[in-house]
Design a protein around this ligand. Structure first.
Ligand SMILES: *[C@@H]1O[C@H](CO)[C@@H](O)[C@H](O)[C@H]1NC(C)=O
Ligand SMILES: *[C@@H]1O[C@H](CO)[C@@H](O)[C@H](O)[C@H]1NC(C)=O
Ligand SMILES: *[C@@H]1O[C@H](CO)[C@@H](O)[C@H](O)[C@H]1NC(C)=O
Length: 369
């Protein structure tokens, strides 16, 4: 545990902003910023920096608890950490995502490089120890060269709050754990086994009974129906679609990034597909109101290169996109009736630009709401 002295003064101020629309942005160079989004009289928006904190390391992922106004930051650097506001618990390097669970009394973190799923009791403090530290395994190497060992990429809690899912890119698994919310303990409840070379990366629940998973290696999005029996969760695959306009295959080098849902719509980011060269794209799908069946309805520019991260605001009328390599935050309008993304209304460079395929540049964006 190390105290982040540099953040102690600034971070409370940074987190104290509630009246304006703000976006939190992390950059792999070790910074966390708050940007203010201001509408202009011409119908556009401006982005201005509203506070910067040097947190060090390589921040890779943000989780925001709006009730307590605490940000949980994963560190992908060699000396990894899980940071909350000003305290960091030592953790192995390579952490790529985290999630709160068990009535926000615990946090689960996944480590891409060292195949770990680690949990901690909150709040993080100088005496924080890991609650569980599970080294994930796989029975054999997968067909893709990146599938030699498990690569857990995200942690997602189901709508009931009783199960935690881990898409594992290396093992081609969606790992399912039951949560004991009083002890914080996770217990394996089996896995959904994907076809070799799928590379599940990120997931999002829609309603109570549907799960969508974005697959980085196959460049597809899968729809699952969710069922509960015998104290466990089971997934049944219902649909697989690729994420390019006209259903064509993704160009070589494309890596699907995040997936998010809002009302009866879904958005997936396509990293390095160059659909709007030199920029990449976001694909929008409409969802059948009863089954959740996906139909691709639009592909629009991400306004930069390598859209690692994006988030739809609560109102659903704006999307913040973080383009990793060009290190810019882009805001686009979103039509709440059609779900389609409009033109870019603002863009701002943050810190230094990254290099393609490297862990540098911009890493995460979140609406402060
Ligand atoms: C951030 O924005 C809010 C609202 O616009 C403002 O009150 C506050 O002073 C700003 N904070 C910083 C650190 O600039
Ligand atoms: C959950 O954890 C508590 C506290 O350790 C324990 O008493 C209880 O039996 C556990 N529940 C289940 C279903 O395992
Ligand atoms: C690419 O993104 C930049 C920055 O947002 C923008 O200025 C430019 O017009 C975009 N180009 C295309 C072809 O979309």
């Amino acid at each position: 545990m190390r105290l982040l002295i540099s953040s102690l003064g600034l971070l409370p101020a940074l987190l104290d902003v509630i009246c304006a629309i703000n976006i939190f942005v992390s950059h792999y160079q070790g910074t966390l910023q708050s940007l203010t989004v201001t509408p202009t009289s011409g119908g556009g928006y401006t982005l201005t920096t509203n506070g910067t904190v040097i947190i060090g390391g390589q921040p890779s992922w943000l989780t925001f608890d709006s009730a307590s106004r605490v940000l949980y930051v994963s560190d992908e650097g060699n000396t990894g950490s899980l940071t909350s506001v000003a305290a960091e618990a030592d953790a192995p390097g390579g952490a790529v995502a985290n999630v709160l669970y068990g009535n926000k009394r615990y946090v689960a973190s996944v480590n891409y490089g060292s195949s770990l799923l680690t949990t901690y009791k909150l709040p993080l403090s100088s005496s924080t120890q890991t609650l569980q530290n599970m080294k994930l395994t796989q029975s054999a190497k997968g067909p893709n060269s990146r599938q030699d060992v498990p690569h857990p990429h995200q942690t997602v809690v189901d709508p009931s709050g009783n199960f935690l899912l881990v898409p594992d890119l290396g093992a081609d698994l969606i790992r399912i754990y039951s949560i004991n919310s009083s002890s914080g303990t996770l217990t394996s409840c089996g896995n959904f086994v994907e076809a070799g070379g799928t590379g599940p990366r990120h997931a999002a629940f829609w309603g109570d009974k549907t799960l969508f998973v974005a697959n980085e290696l196959a460049n597809t999005v899968h729809r699952f129906s969710v069922a509960y029996s015998g104290g466990c969760m089971t997934l049944t695959k219902e649909q697989s679609l690729n994420t390019m306009a006209g259903g064509k295959s993704a160009p070589s080098g494309t890596k699907v990034g995040e997936v998010h849902v809002h009302d009866n719509f879904l958005i997936v980011s396509n990293r390095r597909d160059l659909s709007f060269s030199p920029n990449d794209s976001l694909a929008t799908f409409s969802l059948d109101a009863s089954t959740g069946a996906m139909t691709l309805t639009g592909v629009t520019s991400s306004g930069g290169t390598y859209p690692r991260t994006f988030q739809i605001n609560k109102a659903g009328d704006l999307v913040a996109i973080g383009d990793q390599t060009t290190a810019n935050v882009v805001v686009v309008k979103r039509d709440i009736t059609t779900g389609l993304l409009g033109p870019q209304v603002a863009s701002m460079r943050i810190g230094t630009v990254g290099q393609a395929e490297s862990d540098n540049g911009l890493s995460a964006v979140l609406w402060d709401e």
